[in-house]
Design a protein around this ligand. Structure first.
Ligand code: ADP
Length: 273
């Protein structure tokens, strides 16, 4: 209770009217190859502000590479990424460091393997994030916001624990709180539950679902098909480096032989006809 009094809310996105605004992300013909292996073949994809998009597909289809290119963890060989209507990355060009820095501040990423600092507590891991990303804060504000974020992911009572004292699900919730500490406008999730024991998947999906309800723009690479259907505005299925299907959950669920691309996605998702 004492900690909760100190926790200070971070103002979350207001319900702004996003009609007429450019998409949060606009991927135009993006290409990526590793050696001779073309992993992304001219991918076009738009993600609107506030939209929740799940990316599914067989292993090796390019899902992880796709979201890593958006975050500059992989370079692009071709095409471009436009972020909130502004030029961000162009394939084959050296990124402009100022544009990149500003753009990256708007994009949060949550990894499969949490990537917490092992020798820092849950609270410290979150507190470190803003400074680490060039957004230093007043000390007290920093701590109180970190407490607030821990509370949001249901872990206030674990503030002083180290990662090894937490379950995988708890560590991933800390990692999500850490990403939120950067006040991103978009969060990319790279298979956030695939390193977890089954009984911990639900608690992490719940946190992601709460973010979706609040209107955060989310791109989620996932193998959790029920989750993808329930949380997403759109499901994008990738296969062999191309977009096989890009449709709403309802459109995929209702697919039939007249919509073969969607039917493929429906079968992949294990949805019964
Ligand atoms: P997915 O996330 O759909 O499982 P990935 O994006 O991880 O697929 O991988 C797509 C393809 O790119 C795979 O064939 C993988 O082996 C290859 N790949 C991914 N990263 C690298 C890398 N750093 N070097 C070489 N090949 C890679």
């Amino acid at each position: 209770a004492e900690l909760r009094k100190q926790a200070t809310a971070i103002p979350m996105r207001e319900n702004v009217d996003t009609k007429g605004l450019p998409p949060a992300l606009n991927l135009k013909k993006i290409r990526k190859q590793f050696g001779d292996h073309e992993v992304l073949k001219q991918i076009d994809m738009q993600i609107k502000i506030g939209e929740v998009v799940s990316i599914i597909g067989p292993s090796g289809s390019g899902k992880t590479t796709l979201i890593r290119t958006i975050n500059l963890l992989e370079s692009l060989n071709g095409g471009e990424v436009v972020l909130f209507g502004e030029d961000f990355i162009k394939g084959g060009q050296k990124p402009n460091s100022k544009t990149v820095r500003q753009g990256l501040q708007r994009i949060g990423m949550v990894f499969q393997s949490f990537n917490l600092f092992p020798h820092k507590t849950a609270l410290e891991n979150i507190m470190l994030a803003p400074r680490y990303h060039g957004k230093p804060q007043d000390k007290e504000v920093n701590r109180n916001q970190a407490l607030y974020l821990l509370d949001r992911v249901g872990l206030l009572a674990h503030a002083d624990k180290y990662p090894h004292q937490l379950s995988g699900g708890q560590q991933q919730r800390v990692a999500i709180a850490r990403t939120l500490a950067l006040s991103p406008d978009i969060i990319l999730f790279d298979e956030p539950t695939s390193a977890l024991d089954p009984e911990m998947v639900g608690e992490v999906l719940k946190v992601i679902q709460d973010l979706a309800k609040e209107g955060m723009t989310l791109v989620i690479v996932t193998h959790e098909m029920d989750f993808a259907l329930s949380v997403s505005d759109r499901v994008v299925m990738m296969e062999h480096g191309v977009v096989q299907a890009d449709a709403s959950p309802a459109e995929i669920t209702n697919a039939n032989s007249e919509t073969p691309d969607l039917l493929r996605a429906k079968q992949f998702m294990g949805i019964e006809s």
